[in-house]
Design a protein around this ligand. Structure first.
Ligand SMILES: Nc1nc2c(ncn2[C@@H]2O[C@H](COP(=O)(O)OP(=O)(O)O)[C@@H](O)[C@H]2O)c(=O)[nH]1
Ligand SMILES: [Mg+2]
Length: 266
């Protein structure tokens, strides 16, 4: 799966994350397209085939997860919004953490995977630098690979901790049943307007780090209004993964999702 992006108008483009600067030349020489694909209409056809293939593999993942009865939640955010901290805390509040799986997506290292395994989860690590081109997101074939390393019969719930990135992960359906975004109040109120892709793609936004509210000038009402502009249907749960405030509402949300197996993409 390549370095591609799909836009709301259903077109796509690629760009070279791997474009190194360890060479000596005027940089203007490198302006333009370095992906090796044709430009124009031919290229869009190639990219659309790649997205179609991802969507097909995502549907396959969802079928496997449905058959095993494992509610799967794709957890996305900017780096540092609190995905791993929330998962650790969630695992500690659930009665049977060993029946919770985590597909841990990071570009490199097992730091988060180790934290979540220590909290009792069954963890399958995906380092995108390890054979997946160092991608800034997980895609359906990568998740299929990680699923193959989990005993799905032993799980009730599976979280996919996606690679930390505010845009790219939302563009790839991985085969989850629900899409959840964590947003930290340290990120400002205006991001839904500036980077709407993920905010539009999710069922619920968890507004995290509420314990920091007294120290910031974050305006919760303004954030909610900005979110409603781009995704009027998004549910909002305010919480603090550190203090535990709001955790009950989040675990109730998980329980409700388990009893309503409706599926969603992204
Ligand atoms: N004050 C505060 N810090 C938090 C909270 N949740 C996470 N953090 C901190 O934010 C940083 C990044 O958290 P992490 O869970 O690694 O984020 P991830 O990159 O989204 O997985 C860490 O230093 C956490 O301790 C919270 O609710 N309140
Ligand atoms: Mg993390």
């Amino acid at each position: 799966m390549g370095r591609f992006h799909r836009h709301d108008d259903e077109t796509g483009h690629g760009h070279g994350h791997g474009h190194g600067h360890d060479h000596d030349h005027p940089h203007d020489e490198h302006l333009g397209d370095h992906s090796g694909y044709e430009t124009g209409a031919d290229r869009i056809v190639v990219l659309e085939r790649i997205f179609d293939e991802n969507d097909r593999r995502a549907a396959e993942n969802r079928r496997v997860l449905d058959d095993a009865g494992v509610l799967t939640i794709n957890l996305m955010s900017s780096p540092g919004a609190g995905k791993t901290t929330l998962l650790e805390r969630t695992l500690r509040t659930l009665p049977a953490p060993e029946r919770v799986g985590v597909i841990e997506g990071d570009i490199e290292t097992s730091i988060d995977a180790d934290r979540l395994a220590a909290a009792g989860a069954r963890v399958s690590l995906l380092n995108t630098a390890d054979g997946f081109g160092g991608e800034c997101h997980l895609d359906a074939p990568m998740v299929a690979d990680a699923l193959g390393r989990l005993d799905l019969d032993g799980l009730d719930v599976l979280f996919v901790e996606n690679v930390g990135n505010l845009v790219c992960p939302a563009e790839f359906d991985v085969g989850a049943h629900r899409s959840v975004m964590i947003y930290a109040i340290t990120e400002g109120e205006e991001k839904p307007l500036k980077y709407p892709v993920m905010f539009r793609a999710v069922d619920v936004v968890l507004v995290n780090k509420l314990d920091l509210l007294p120290h910031l000038d974050f305006d919760l009402d303004l954030f909610r209004a900005n979110l409603a502009t781009v995704n009027p249907g998004a549910e909002v749960i305010e919480l603090s993964a550190r203090s535990g405030e709001g955790l009950e509402q989040w675990t109730r949300w998980i329980d409700a999702a388990r009893s309503q197996p409706a599926t969603s993409g992204a």
